[in-house]
Design a protein around this ligand. Structure first.
Ligand code: GCU
Length: 422
């Protein structure tokens, strides 16, 4: 993880210094072109959407289909967990304060098989409330120094050190607050390289197929699928409150967490940390990382259809506030870091502001004002919560403290209200 983070940080330093020189990349607010944010509350047929019923029956399915077709790609079929193996179940973990479980989820289709390990730390006294579910960047063994954690398969030929990402996963703090955490290694579901011969993709291939078709999933969609399958498991784990699983992710894994929350309404809430382009940030601002850049450097993340929008953000019939709107009325946290201009903190904030109109249909006021971007380290709490942490592109204890408080308070106050309405 350290090496990956070092690479990511070096890359960001490099890109932050040089990104004004990357064609079509803007680092100065004054250079943001005029743009129009695509309408959320008017249907494709021109009907104004004024209530929850029309949103859920007409507009939400349209928005979901558009994003699926044009950006993230469709899941090519139905595949559920074929086998669950409990490899480890220990109630004396983390110095005796937690239950640790390591569970292998196996998927089988068309004579092919994929196995993924889910690592969990859960409180001992009662069901974890809530449980944070997310991916790590470099193998489960990186998230804690606990020597019992199984090593991930070698990543890019190198094995990452135990505990090297423990700063990003403060397991003890999470447990002490009554929450749980469930973690997978993202590369196990779909490799983060331009090669579709491993991970979940081949399980769906028809004879002779070597990559998904242009409207089928890219890696973000495949990672989102993996999060939903982990949720299938968590819903049946007796130590987990399956109705209160919050999906969380940092950076590219924040992009995946948002799409998982948008496509799977069983997630109780969604947390995006520094997710940037194709995550929370508005693409039409073309500030920092652009679609052309993502498509050029990470073509595997999105579907083939998305490639036509490279350097043509003005032609996009959608933007990232629409992804956020699909999460309504569930609690949503969009967080950024002050020095992470590559991910466009202002664009992330604006997206959250524009998604508020859908929350308003459900009777929730977000308290976010597009005219005033909050100062660093002054969180705004509510059904859509937000903060900009001082510092770099990362997920740290400060961020987690806000997420724990957010998840526990929104569940109590807001989700109950929503359930009563239904
Ligand atoms: C790169 C990429 C970002 C991504 C980040 C990460 O910086 O340009 O879009 O979020 O890597 O995942 O670390």
């Amino acid at each position: 993880m350290k090496k990956l983070l070092l690479f990511v940080n070096l890359w960001l330093v490099f890109s932050n210094t040089l990104f004004s020189q990357v064609p079509n990349t803007i680092s100065d607010e004054a250079m943001v072109p005029p743009y129009t944010v695509p309408e959320l509350l008017i249907s494709q047929g021109g009907k104004p959407i004024k209530n929850v019923k029309d949103w859920e029956k007409i507009r939400r399915p349209e928005v979901l289909a558009l994003l699926e077709q044009e950006q993230y790609g469709k899941i090519p079929g139905d595949l559920k967990i074929s086998e669950i193996k409990i490899l480890d179940n220990d109630d004396q973990a983390l110095g005796g304060i937690a239950i640790r479980k390591q569970v292998m989820l196996t998927f089988r289709m068309n004579g092919k098989e994929l196995s993924v390990e889910l690592l969990m730390y859960l409180p001992k006294e009662k069901k974890s409330f809530p449980t944070f579910l997310g991916y790590n960047f470099a193998g489960n063994q990186t998230v804690n120094r606990d020597t019992t954690i199984h090593f991930a398969k070698a990543w890019n030929g190198t094995v990452k050190e135990r505990g090297s990402a423990s700063e990003n996963w403060p397991a003890e703090m999470i447990i002490k607050s009554g929450c749980g955490v469930a973690i997978m290694y993202y590369w196990d579901i779909a490799p983060d390289k331009n090669d579709y011969s491993t991970g979940v993709y081949p399980l769906f291939y028809s004879e002779g197929q070597t990559k998904p078709t242009d409207d089928e999933w890219g890696a973000l969609s495949a990672w989102a699928w993996g999060l939903s399958r982990a949720l299938d498991y968590l819903k049946n784990d007796k130590n987990v409150d399956g109705n209160h699983v919050f999906v969380i992710g940092h950076s590219r894994l924040g992009k995946a967490a948002l799409w998982a929350g948008a496509t799977d309404q069983r997630f109780a809430g969604v947390i995006s940390n520094c997710s940037g382009c194709c995550g929370a940030a508005l693409s039409k601002r073309v500030f920092g990382e652009t679609i052309g850049f993502v498509n050029g450097r990470f073509p595997r993340w999105t579907c083939g259809n998305f490639k036509k929008y490279s350097d043509k953000e003005d032609s996009l019939p959608f933007d990232q506030h629409m992804v956020l709107s699909l999460i309504a009325p569930r609690p949503l946290y969009v967080a950024s870091a002050s020095e992470d201009s590559w991910a466009d903190p202002k664009g992330e904030y604006l997206s959250a502001c524009y998604a508020s109109s859908v929350y308003a249909l459900y009777g929730y006021k977000s308290g976010l004002n597009p005219e005033v971007v909050p100062q660093p380290d002054t969180p705004v709490s509510g059904i859509i919560s937000h903060h900009i942490r001082s510092g770099k592109h990362d997920i740290l204890e400060y961020d987690w403290k806000q997420y724990i408080q957010f998840a526990q308070s929104t569940i109590g106050n807001l989700l109950t209200k929503y359930k009563e309405r239904k």
